[in-house]
Design a binder for this molecule. Structure first.
Ligand SMILES: C[S@@+](CC[C@H](N)C(=O)[O-])C[C@H]1O[C@@H](n2cnc3c(N)ncnc32)[C@H](O)[C@@H]1O
Length: 350
């Protein structure tokens, strides 16, 4: 999905950078990628920004060049060493450059920390970007964190059809709290008129019981239930586990942005992509559901493994994700469900 997300966000980024450039007072444009991870995708974003920036700067025929300063942010546990190693071999190859275009100088730094805390000095950043990260909550809602004696979301690890409505509300409230905080913090760190382009894993319908975030993690919950039935996992372990996630709808995002009242919404659109990131076919049929099941299981494993291993132990991982791959395959045979992603572009209100 990353490549599709970059394509979907590209014209939004392009507009934001163009408008920022037109009003830039400094000789450096500061760009921060939040939740950057540590792979080639991070470099893809950096290349994209340099590319867009070079195009505008050269179109305007500016002789005084502006430098680009990138801050790559993720949690401190992110493999920044790997990221810096691949950055060391990174040479920008602009796809859309005309011969003779002047490239901006660019400087790249790491910025470890949670984006639910202050990361930068006041008014220090021109553009924030975050892709495929903001569905992660700062924590599991307190009442669900497993320290209580009674478990409110028994046998589930996220919202499913059997999750009580008051538990759904807890997930929603955690999202409202986190996203409002995120907006306030970034507002402080942005220069006046600064921009944010965010691509968020969300849902198409306003109904919090629907959507593929629920489907994909509902199936993982079912796999955990089958390990309980086989005696490989204690029921209490499953009952006390919830994922710190929430996939918002377009309406929910809009409402929080309006309520916080610090940004103007410049753009918002929703796009979909297949669960299997290697399946770029159109239409409603999955051609090789077994293979797609394995591909989806590998992706979900990559993002959930640390949480699952620390709660249930590493010993269950192989059995869990083998079962999960089968369940995803059967699900895709019945329905080619898709991820829903929401791109928003916000402008700081002064
Ligand atoms: C699926 S990856 C997305 C990577 C990349 N942005 C992309 O588009 O491919 C999500 C990243 O968000 C990071 N993340 C989650 N919560 C975070 C937080 N509170 N602060 C900073 N990064 C966070 C994770 O560590 C992970 O690297």
């Amino acid at each position: 999905c990353h490549a599709k997300a970059m394509i979907e966000a590209k014209f939004v980024l392009d507009k934001a950078i163009r408008e920022l450039y037109a009003t830039l007072l400094a000789n450096t444009m500061v760009v921060a990628d939040l939740g950057c991870s540590s792979g080639q995708n991070t470099l893809h974003f950096v290349s994209e920004v340099i590319n867009i920036f070079t195009k505008h700067q050269n179109n305007l025929g500016q002789s005084d060049t502006v430098d680009l300063q990138f801050f790559l942010n993720d949690l401190p546990g992110n493999d920044f060493n790997h990221l810096f190693r691949i950055l060391n071999t990174f040479t920008f190859k602009g796809a859309s450059n005309h011969k003779g275009d002047i490239l901006p100088a660019y400087h790249i730094y790491g910025a470890p920390g949670s984006y639910y805390t202050r990361l930068f000095p006041p008014q220090a950043v021109h553009l924030f970007h975050s892709s495929l990260s903001l569905h992660w909550r700062s924590q599991v809602p307190e009442q669900l964190n497993g320290k209580q004696k009674s478990y409110l979301n028994e046998e589930n690890i996220y919202i499913t059809k059997t999750t009580p409505l008051h538990v759904v509300k807890l997930f929603q409230e955690q999202f409202i709290k986190d996203f409002s905080l995120f907006l306030k913090l970034r507002h402080e760190e942005l220069v006046d008129g600064g921009r944010m382009v965010l691509t968020i894993y969300g849902r198409k319908s306003e109904d919090p019981y629907s959507g593929d975030v629920n489907d994909i993690f509902g199936l993982l919950g079912k796999s955990l239930q089958s390990l309980v039935a086989e005696g490989l996992v204690e029921k209490e372990k499953l009952d006390s586990f919830n994922l710190p996630l929430y996939g918002p709808s377009v309406g929910e995002l809009e409402e929080i942005v309006n309520r916080v009242n610090l940004f103007d919404m410049d753009h918002m659109h929703l796009f979909e992509c297949n669960w299997d990131p290697y399946d770029d076919s159109q239409g409603d049929i999955v051609h090789d559901s077994a293979l797609s099941g394995i591909n989806v299981a590998n992706c979900v494993r990559a993002v959930t493994e640390p949480l699952i291993a620390s709660h249930f132990g590493e010993g269950i991982l192989s059995a869990l994700f083998t079962d999960y791959a089968h369940r995803v395959a059967s699900h895709l045979e019945m329905e080619k469900t898709k991820f829903a992603w929401i791109v928003i572009s916000l402008k700081k209100r002064c």
